[in-house]
Structure formats: C-alpha cells, structure tokens
Write a protein that binds this ligand. Structure first.
Ligand SMILES: [Zn+2]
Ligand SMILES: [Zn+2]
Ligand SMILES: [Zn+2]
Length: 205
C-alpha cells in the first residue's frame, strides 16, 4: 500500500471572494510545526498550527461573519482523513476543505452550487464569487434604508438599486445621481459600520 502524505487545501478568501488552492505534505506539520496558505490578493491566509499535544487548529477568515473561525482537529484525524470540510456556523457554507485533490475540487464545486442556492433563496440571482458580499450589502442597505439612512443630495430618499456582477449601483429616482459600490468596497471591514449613504449629485459613476 502506498500512503499519500500530500494534501490539497482550498478556502474561500474573505478578502477577494476567490477560491485559493494550496498543497502541503503532512511532514510539514511534524514536530509541532504549522503551515500557512495565502491568497494571491494578499488579504488572507489559512493557517494550520499545533495546539496542545494531540490537536491542530485550522484558522480561516469568513466573509459572512467578518472574522476568523478556528476549528480544532485531532492529530489522528488530520493524518488519516482524506477529506475534511470546515463550515461557517452561521450559513453552513464551506469555508475551507482539506484532503485529496479530487475530493477537494469536487467539494468546491458542490459548495459553489450551495452558495448559489442560498443566494437564490434570499432572492438574489447571482452565481459569481461576489454573491455573498452583495447579499450582505443588500441586507445592510435595506437596514439603512429602513432607518432613513439612504438619501440623495437632492433631498430625495427614493432610491433604486441595481445588482451587477461586481457590485451594486444606487440611483436616485428623482435626479438620476448614482453611487457605485464595488464588491471590494463591500468586503472592506468598515462597510458594515456605515451609518448612512449619501448619493452625491456630481458623482460620475
Ligand atoms: Zn484573496
Ligand atoms: Zn462565518
Ligand atoms: Zn437625487
């Protein structure tokens, strides 16, 4: 029997929404060492590190909760399992997968379908990597709007909203002024802290 010590990692980068892949050998974890897989965008990393004698911790950022989730995995499971998935406890969508390459790739595909289903259930037809960010933005804008926090400089607060593949456009129904939020804007940590959106009449985008 040939034992395969190589594992594939995939995780959804909370910084850009892309699925990031990496490879490591279980030997890299020997002697209490850890590994880290970073996204090309430089905004996130998945880490596997030793915690205590018999357990490792997987740490990965979550674009839904905007924080890191940590999962404890017994050493024996990490060594012997050929597929593990790590879910966000809020939405039950997969954040990270570790195991044999084909199993991980399959799980990523299935997870994308699941995310699309969540979006559809929430009334959003969106299949791209920005779906979750846009869903969060819609939620936030609805909340602000309910509190009268979405207004145009012209004084109107009747605002039209358009979902694009890469962001959201708000348009004043009175004067036609627009504001564009890219998915990257939305993924910035401070987006959820916005207390009001003011559409400027001289905005050109
Ligand atoms: Zn990234
Ligand atoms: Zn989460
Ligand atoms: Zn206006």
């Amino acid at each position: 029997m040939i034992i395969d010590f190589n594992r594939t990692v995939a995780y959804i980068c909370p910084g850009c929404g892309e699925v990031t892949y990496g490879e490591f050998s279980l030997f890299e974890l020997s002697g209490g060492r850890g590994i880290s897989v970073s996204c090309d965008c430089g905004k996130s990393a998945l880490k596997i590190f030793c915690k205590g004698q018999n357990a490792y911790t997987i740490s990965v950022g979550c674009q839904v909760c905007e924080k890191e989730h940590e999962y404890a995995v017994p050493v024996s499971e990490l060594l012997h399992s050929h597929f593990m998935d790590f879910l966000c406890p809020e939405l039950l969508m997969g954040l990270a997968f570790i195991g044999d390459k084909d199993k991980v790739e399959h799980a990523v595909e299935e997870n994308n379908k699941y995310i699309k289903e969540i979006l559809t259930t929430c009334g959003l037809e969106h299949s791209g990597k920005n779906g979750i960010a846009i869903l969060k933005a819609l939620d936030k804008i609805q909340l602000l709007s309910d509190e009268g926090g979405v207004r145009c400089e012209c004084g109107a607060n009747l605002i039209d909203l358009d979902v694009l593949e890469n962001g959201i456009v708000l348009e004043c129904c009175e004067c036609g002024a627009t504001a564009f939020f890219t998915a990257d804007d939305i993924r910035q940590e401070n987006f959820s802290d916005i207390t009001e959106i003011l559409i400027r009449k001289d905005s050109n985008k």
